[in-house]
Ligand binder design. Structure first.
Ligand SMILES: [Zn+2]
Length: 86
């Protein structure tokens, strides 16, 4: 037996425990720059676009509300307002 198995160095990739940034696409400018600040104690959340400055307060927040829920509400309201305006 002359076959030598080549040893491959195994790279140890450590996954840093990075928090997934809560950034969402903006319906106004199209950039993924929407940040959601949740104020569960106050029952509200602030949705802000870091790119175009779009801002909206969502006041239907409870202890189970996640940023993605706020984003969904924000999108709904955004398009509702659009429809009213046009
Ligand atoms: Zn924007």
């Amino acid at each position: 037996m002359s076959k030598l198995g080549r040893r491959r160095r195994q790279k140890v990739i450590r996954k840093p425990q990075k928090r997934i940034p809560d950034v969402y696409p903006c319906p106004e400018c199209g950039n993924t720059a929407i940040k959601i600040e949740l104020y569960r104690d106050n029952g509200m959340a602030v949705v802000k676009c870091g790119s175009c400055g779009l801002e909206m307060v969502i006041d239907e927040v409870n202890s189970l509300t996640e940023p993605v829920d706020v984003y969904g509400e924000f999108i709904d309201r955004f398009y509702e307002e659009r429809e009213v305006a046009t």
